[in-house]
Every structure is written in structure tokens, then in C-alpha cells.
Design a protein around this ligand. Structure first.
Ligand code: ATP
Ligand code: MG
Length: 248
């Protein structure tokens, strides 16, 4: 398989007025092309810190990240759309910033929005969209620059349960269609098991890799169908068993 990203002994310490906070420690991971990787770990363990470092928003304290020229795009934990821009313009922000807003790239964004069921909303403003629609626009914005790897920090956590399930399916299909490699942080074990090729379980803070669990059943389908797979609860229990429940 084609390795796209290699992380070695990554560590991060924050220096605060109250002292040092060790957020992540000794994280080593290899990520392969087209994989959807789920990252779970207890609240505050260091998940966003890991993604922020990969995205270049935060500096690492030590360790190595080898991305071999592959490009990243990042969807923040509380990703807000700009209220003064319509759906299409919001989705094109990355193209604007990179100064690659060509007709061809705009057409690509339109195509993604249309395949996400937003064909009638291209000129709508975010305040008039449902939460699920907003998340779809945010995802298209993340995919617009055709990155090799996308980093998604709890993309569905603000949504109600039923919307989560439908959007989960839509997102999965979009990720597979664009063949993008994905690192997805989620609190929701079921969501990770249903959507991902591999689930990485982080320990409580400082986050270390506790377990890498490959989800390997044949005949993978969309997440809502995968939840009915006979091996679903087996993998759910495996991840749950490894998760630190003690937040101290
Ligand atoms: N900029 C910062 N300065 C100081 N401490 C920070 C900073 N960012 C994060 N931390 C601390 O690092 C630890 C890990 O935070 P992080 O946001 O990565 O956790 P998380 O796993 O994403 O949590 P959640 O599940 O709540 O999203 C926490 O103790 C947090 O307070
Ligand atoms: Mg977080």
C-alpha cells in the first residue's frame, strides 16, 4: 500500500502560566493512501492538538512528520461558514486564498455541492441552511482545493442523531468518490467503526497511541449499512474496551 503520511515520536507540550501541559507524547503513525482513519480518545486527551500540528496551526515540541509533499486541508472543530458569503462563495474560500479560483475549479466545487444535494442552494446564505447542510458546505470547502489528505475534527458533533446518520453516509460517499485520505476525529465510537478503515484509540492525556484497530469485514458499505454488519458490535466492543474512561 501507498504510504502518504508518516508520524514519528510526535510530542507537544504547552507552556501556560499555570505550568506545562503535556498534550501528546510519543505518537507514531503511518497513514496510507485513500484510508479513512478514525481517531478516538477521551475528552481533552489531545486529539485536536494532534490535528492542529498536522495542519500546521500548532508547532510540535519534538518528533517528525513526513508528508512527502502531500497537501492537507483542515476542517476545524467549530468550523463556521462566513455569514456574509453565499454557499458557493463559502465553498470557494480556499480557492480564493490560494489564488486558484479558476472556472475549472469553481465548476469542480459546484459539482461537489450538487452531488451533496445542494444544487438549489448555491446562492443561499448560511443562516438559511440547516445544520446538516452547513456541514456539507464546510466539507466541500475542505475538498475544494483537491487536497491529498483532509483532517476532520468532530465534523458531525453539532448535529442531531438522525442528521448525523444521513450526513455520515453522504460524507462517506464523498470521501470515497474523491479518493481523499481522511483523518477523522470523533467522540462517537459507532460512527468511527461504521465509517473508517482503521480506528486509532488514544490514551488519556498525554495522548499516546493505545491501539490501532483495523476494521476488516468484507463487503463494506455505507456507514448506516455497516452498522448492521454482524461484526459491527465486535469492533465496537474492541474500541470501547481500549478507550480510557477516566478523564483525570
Ligand atoms: N493553546 C493551548 N494552550 C494551552 N493548553 C492547551 C492549548 N490547546 C490545548 N491545550 C490543552 O491540551 C490538552 C489537549 O487539548 P485538545 O484540545 O487537543 O483535546 P481534545 O482531545 O481535542 O479534547 P475535546 O475532546 O474536548 O475536543 C488539554 O488539556 C488542553 O487544555
Ligand atoms: Mg478537540
Amino acid at each position: 500500500m501507498n504510504k502518504i503520511l508518516s508520524i514519528k515520536n510526535l510530542a507537544k507540550k504547552f507552556h501556560t502560566p499555570e505550568g506545562e501541559v503535556e498534550a501528546i507524547k510519543n505518537i507514531s503513525l503511518d497513514i496510507y493512501k485513500k484510508e479513512i482513519i478514525g481517531v478516538v480518545g477521551s475528552s481533552g486527551c489531545g486529539k485536536s492538538t494532534l490535528l492542529n500540528i498536522l495542519a500546521g496551526i500548532e508547532n510540535k515540541t519534538s518528533g517528525e512528520i513526513k508528508e512527502n509533499g502531500h497537501t492537507f486541508s483542515y476542517m476545524l472543530q467549530n468550523d463556521a461558514l462566513l455569514p456574509w458569503l453565499n454557499v458557493l462563495d463559502n465553498a470557494c474560500i480556499g480557492l480564493d486564498i490560494k489564488k486558484i479560483k479558476t472556472k475549472e475549479n469553481i465548476d469542480y466545487v459546484k459539482k461537489l455541492l450538487i452531488s451533496f444535494g445542494l444544487e438549489n442552494f448555491l446562492t443561499t446564505y448560511p443562516n438559511n441552511l440547516s445544520g446538516g447542510m452547513r456541514q456539507r458546505v464546510a466539507l466541500v470547502r475542505t475538498l475544494a482545493t483537491k487536497p491529498d489528505i483532509i483532517l476532520l475534527d468532530e465534523p458531525l458533533s453539532a448535529l442531531d442523531y438522525v442528521t448525523r446518520l444521513t450526513i455520515g453516509d453522504d460524507i462517506y460517499e464523498m470521501l470515497k468518490a474523491t479518493k481523499v485520505t481522511t483523518i477523522l476525529i470523533s467522540h462517537d465510537i459507532a460512527e468511527c467503526v461504521a465509517m473508517c478503515d482503521k480506528v486509532i484509540v488514544l490514551s488519556k492525556r498525554p495522548a499516546t497511541v493505545k491501539k490501532e484497530i483495523e476494521i476488516k469485514w468484507q463487503d463494506k458499505k455505507i456507514p448506516s449499512e455497516n452498522r448492521k454488519n454482524e461484526l459491527f458490535s465486535y469492533y465496537y466492543d474492541l474500541v470501547w474496551g481500549d478507550l480510557d474512561k477516566n478523564f483525570t
